[in-house]
Design a protein around this ligand. Sequence first.
Ligand code: 3H9
Length: 696
Amino acid sequence: MKKLTESVSFEVNGEIGIITVNNPPVNALSSHVRQGLFQGIKEGDANSEIKALVLHCEGRTFIAGADITEFGKAPAQGIPRLLEVIDAMENCSKPIVAAIHGTALGGGLETAMGCHYRISNSKAKMGQPEVHLGLIPGAGGTVRLPRIMGVEKALDMNISGNPIDANDALAHGLVDEIVEGDMKEQALVFARKIVAEARPLLRVRDRSEKLAEAKDNPELFNNIRKSIARKSRGFKAPEAIIQAVEGAVNLSFDDAMKNEGRLFKEVHDSPESAAQRYFFFIERVANKIPDVPKDTPTRNIEKIGILGAGTMGGGIAMNFLNAGIPVKIVEVQKEALDRGVGIIRKNYENTARKGRLTEADVKARMSILEGSLDMNAFAEVDMVIEAVYEDMDLKKSVFKQLDKICKSGAILASNTSYLDINEIASVTARPQDVIGTHFFSPANVMKLLEIVRGDRSSKDIIATVMALARKIGKVAVLVGVCDGFVGNRMLAARSVESGSLLLRNALPQEIDKVIFDFGFPMGPFAMSDLAGLDIGWRGDQTPDKETNIRHQLCVRNRRGQKTGAGFYDYSEGSRTPIPNDEVEAIIKKVSEASQITRIPISEEDMLKRMIYAMINEAAKILEEGIALRPSDIDVVWVYGYGWPVYRGGPTYFADQIGLKSIVADLERYAKEYGEHLTPSPLLKRLAQEGKGFKDL
Ligand code: 3H9
């Protein structure tokens, strides 16, 4: 075997030349990989003994894409670009077989499509996930994929970014054969067969039969635009993908490639893509805990106990059932238990009806769920997650009982969204086994899990719960104990400002518009209506009733979507908020009762007040060591609260604006609206030093 570059080698086996890529962890197309591939192809092409070539990868996967760390940097001098490598492949005079295992993603799939044949094993996945990085495929993915799979399927793969499995790939002609066993051996067998049968050099660029359906149906593209409009609001890449695929259909191959290249550059250079690429890496960084190294031993978690079968408990249970982990769910009353288990079953049946689960899947999941009215059912479980009301006394009494019932070594977790884990742990004889697991609602959907580390939570339970989070498909962020942890504490800071804006300056629809236009799925008042205005409402006990907008709405039975009215009206069966004149009158009356003269305010100032208050709180959270690093705060806000990922997250956004100007605005706001908006010492220091959160 001859080494061509540090990551690519070449060998000859009879009539077959084998190019092997070995660039751990995911065989990304770093410059030395591109260089090696290019050389390998030239070498194979020039060697008259060789009749076919095999492209194979060592390690856990085929090429998983371009090397994202190289984006935004100057291109390496003298190194072929991916486009040139793929061109050389497609134009090679000998057939090349790509042997796919693991994942062929992005530039990896584009490389495979530059080959003349593709085989994979049955576990392989293939996709164009560039859209998740705010990009479009830049090496033929929008031009070759429709030629192979048809326009609709290619658009779907490119726009969703979701990979397909080997069977789907085979059915749509993306792979020619599914094989099992050693991929290199299998590729050799396949390559020899091609040579023996004198099969043709199948160049994807020469194919156009699958483009015809779209040529005759130009409406296809506009229909797709309409269907993705809501989900892709604010993102640049989906529209660029549609334009690139339109080019693939309507232009010659070479012009379509040029069109793709132009669109790729446009999105690559956009701030949206820079933010999304930042996010790709920080999501992975969140997993790394400095004092809990990768090799920290973990506890075996085979059975989970969940206390409370309400909305949260049921949603949490589904995560584990989906991952095949048996769950014992306990409620106090039979009616509540039956209702909770019934909702879980209904959710699964609805998913099955949509074709996203089979009946057998539903059965398998429900078969590992066991309901009980007796907490002693937790005696055998490895971890209990308590999901009862947010009441410290109740939580303490629950943890006292769990401490008695659960076996030694079992993890005791609280799904609290703001309470003190240390205080909860203090009532047990095993504070080292107590931890917070803050799921976000709906718990079976939202990706974020805040893991709350108590003062005495042991390192092995942190490692265990972090690993468990990954197993159930969550992105975990480790946070410290404080009121509301990272997410809800910053949300509270924003709520103070949205409340103040409501009282002094603007109407719910005006404030919500600013947050919606920024990219959030909804504004604070639409969100309150969704959650219910009577959460935490004290009814007759409410102090200062005349100056409390929420109270005034609740007493008029405007308690949110569930009563058909809150800050907004809702027509029957609809979730669309409709502004209401009575609400406007109530708000103005409350301002008057509070002796506040309402003053109009610009959208820019509204946005700044709400977002900068959050950024200021983020700085305090960092000062207090509640979050490990600024990027973790960004992960919390993107996955927990719908912060638009194309704006990176609150601390990334702050750095783009510049902390100096944020501090200046906060100082002005502090004078006008209250000292709580005074910039934190950390924010001030960073601004003075000309630094950003990224420098921490
Ligand atoms: C593209 O291809 C553009 C082209 O169309 C055009 C070009 C002209 N580069 O996720 P993991 C690192 S755009 C560099 O924990 P898993 C990752 O940071 C690209 N590094 O493992 C992590 O590092 P660390 C299109 C990468 O098993 C380590 O590998 N491709 C890349 O859960 C392990 O990653 C994609 O978007 C990369 N491309 O999942 C695929 N990928 O250990 C992106 C990963 O230091 N990658 N790393 O934290 C993935 O989706 C997943 O990593 C994968 C493995 C499914 C492959």
